[in-house]
Design a protein around this ligand. Structure first.
Ligand SMILES: O=C(O)C(=O)C[C@]1(C(=O)O)C=C[C@@H](O)C=C1
Length: 231
């Protein structure tokens, strides 16, 4: 059974996005490989840019957010999209080269605990499992690891959480036989031929899109300053 929450309100808070040139190809770097929540958020931002007059916007997926940051600082990307649940997002906010271009709320795809899909010729599963809980190793990205506790069926207990770089890397670890279960997204489960063994749900997430200061044209929007001492 899958629970759902209402669709997040759409809309992008533009903190500098409209100051990027509309001509030329924009590259949006984020966390991959294909199937991550970050990929979906980046595609959403690309769609927004195209519908606001930008000539072209493409998504480039990296193995880690740090690599997306490196692409942005080296000029190989124009934007980097980062989940606010990412533990080291401060590195993006504090980078003196970077500017916050946009913020938006977007639900992730559905998350659940998945295992390799059973082939039609696989031996039938025992009708009743062994008494007690089956200890299992589970691959997960660090950010959503607390969902494991919430979603894991009662018949399992975690023997080890294997921390990996993305939800898609977690799915790949199941596909390669490294671990039996992964906390992953529905798109990554599909790509790696996994089946969910748990309920699934999305995460309501805030996303930050960063650009580089040298890409901005026109005057910066003024930010109201609180009245009082120290400003
Ligand atoms: O692994 C992914 O799918 C991601 O996009 C990363 C990430 C994160 O770092 O916070 C994004 C949102 C979810 O909270 C879980 C993981």
């Amino acid at each position: 059974m899958s629970s759902t929450i209402a669709e997040a309100p759409h809309g992008i808070t533009d903190t500098a996005l409209s100051r990027l040139a509309r001509t030329g190809a924009l590259t949006i770097a984020s966390l991959g490989p294909a199937g991550t929540s970050s990929e979906q958020a980046s595609r959403y931002l690309a769609g927004h840019l195209l519908s606001h007059g930008h000539e072209s916007a493409r998504v480039r997926l990296c193995g880690r957010y740090e690599e997306a940051g490196d692409l942005l600082s080296s000029g190989k990307a124009d934007l980097a999209v980062v989940a606010n649940a990412y533990a080291h997002i401060d590195r993006f906010y504090m980078n003196p080269q970077f500017r916050l271009a946009a913020v938006f709320v977007k639900d992730t795809p559905f998350y659940g605990i998945a295992r390799a899909a059973r082939t039609p010729d696989a031996a039938p599963e025992p009708v009743a499992g062994p008494p007690g809980k089956t200890p299992v190793r589970i691959a997960t990205h660090p950010a959503p690891r607390f969902l494991v506790e919430e979603l894991l069926p009662d018949s399992y207990e975690v023997s080890e959480l294997m921390l990996v770089d993305s939800t898609s890397a977690a799915a790949a670890a199941v596909a390669s036989g490294e671990v039996p279960l992964a906390l992953t997204t529905a798109p990554a489960a599909r790509l790696h031929n996994l089946d969910f063994v748990s309920p699934t749900r999305p995460i309501r997430m805030v996303w930050s899109a960063f650009t580089r200061a040298d890409l901005l044209t026109g005057p910066a929007a003024t930010i109201g300053r609180p009245v009082g001492r120290g400003w």
